[in-house]
Design a protein around this ligand. Structure first.
Ligand SMILES: *Cc1c(COP(=O)(O)O)cnc(C)c1O
Length: 388
């Protein structure tokens, strides 16, 4: 059973009925966030209940939006392992380094969490056709869950996206449109057809439930680390669903009485070729100006503008976190270092977290003895061309 109670705009706080289909807040066009009856949930949802549950993100179903279990589309998403990266730690001279490997999710990235949740909830609410602009991984994940739900899927990707991303969507039955431009241009093209054909738009943070899937990373970090959150979490940020989702999860868990008020310092890492959040953070801005000429091999980070920018800034600032840009050269070096020490073939976005770690450790922002968790957000397999 779900304790979902209503939706609330993350900016103007206006509330909406959670059992209707929504995109952005109708008042201010900012993201709607799912709210739960945490008081009622705290009385019955004890964390000791988790031990016997299935190892997928659905183990937290009380805090997820799908009301009826028959609408859960499950391809085995979530509950990915956290490894104490001892060989990598030895190489970089740091003991408490951990990696959560999201490459093991369905469709080989953590996008499965968000899209699995968004599609399941859309399925429950009667949606038949879904549309997404994507830098690559989100399109594959949406195609997979839409296929499993029997929905028609329309994906819009930049035409220079690596071939495996396109092949995956085609194999999963989606209609693929390639656009001469960036994800923001894909968004414009998709939006026109969404209106014309009444498709449901599942763009990042433009519907309320992808973030609910991604927040389960926060629940898992707490559960897998025995309810002691790490000191620092380093997360490769594009649209920001994961960053915002984890921050939301920590607040929910505190309300449930599962954790105390201590929080990790949240770190956003982006590529120097596209770093709108880093720039906004450094300038003390609430909103991020779009990045001109975005260019990076880390496709998931090639996101020049994000509708949830102010929510990312909030998580970074409230956590005493920071934002770092690393070069494509350094993020690839990071991926290789993780690969040869830990046996994980990580996406370039995952490599970026190690490059950010080394930078922050060298600057003294991260100190020996602190527990640091890196998020490898996807597998390297769809980016194999980068090693050719
Ligand atoms: C989408 C993506 C990101 C960025 O994730 P957000 O939650 O949108 O910030 C990072 N890494 C990979 C591999 C991705 O596919």
């Amino acid at each position: 059973m779900s304790f979902l109670s209503h939706l609330e705009c993350g900016f103007c706080n206006k509330e909406q009925d959670a059992d209707k289909v929504w995109n952005l807040c109708p008042e201010c066009s900012k993201p709607l966030l799912a709210r739960y009856d945490l008081e009622a949930a705290a009385k019955v949802f004890d964390k000791d209940k988790l031990a016997t549950r299935e190892p997928t993100l659905w183990r937290y179903h009380e805090m997820l939006p799908v009301r009826d279990a028959k609408y859960r589309i499950c391809l085995g998403e979530g509950y990915t392992p956290i490894t104490h990266a001892k060989r990598l730690g030895a190489e970089v001279g740091f003991e408490e380094l951990y990696i959560k490997d999201e490459g093991l999710n369905a469709t080989t990235s953590f996008k499965a969490r968000g899209l699995g949740m968004a599609i399941s909830r859309a399925y429950e609410l009667g949606v038949k056709e879904v549309s997404i602009p994507s830098a690559g991984n989100a399109a594959g994940a949406m195609s997979a869950y839409a296929a499993a739900a029997g929905m028609k899927a329309y994906v819009f990707m930049p035409k220079d996206v690596p071939t495996p991303f396109i092949s995956e969507c085609k194999a999963l039955g989606a209609e693929v449109t390639l656009i001469d431009g960036l994800i923001t241009d894909c968004g414009k093209a998709a939006a026109e057809l969404v209106k014309k054909y009444n498709r449901f738009d599942v763009s990042t943070l433009k519907e309320p439930y992808r973030i609910e899937g991604k927040k389960t990373m926060g629940y898992e970090v707490a559960e897998q680390m025995e309810w002691e959150l790490p000191d620092v979490i380093i997360y490769p940020t594009g649209g920001g669903t994961g960053m915002v989702g984890m921050w939301k999860a920590f607040a929910e868990m505190e309300a449930l009485g599962w954790i105390g008020p201590r929080r990790p310092r949240m770190v956003t890492v982006q590529s120097t070729g596209c770093a709108p959040m880093v720039r906004a953070f450094d300038q003390g801005d609430e909103f991020a100006d779009p990045w001109e000429g975005a260019k990076t091999v880390a496709d998931g980070l090639r996101v020049p503008a994000a509708v949830g920018d102010f929510l990312i800034m909030r998580a970074l600032r409230e956590s005493n976190g920071t934002a770092v840009a690393v070069s494509d050269e350094d993020l690839m070096a990071g991926a290789n270092k993780i690969g040869r020490t830990q046996g994980l073939f990580v996406a370039p976005e995952g490599g970026a977290t190690l490059a950010a770690f080394e930078k922050l450790r060298d600057e003294g922002w991260i100190r020996q003895g602190e527990k640091v968790l890196l998020f490898n957000t996807g597998s390297g397999h769809k980016y194999a061309h980068l090693w050719e």
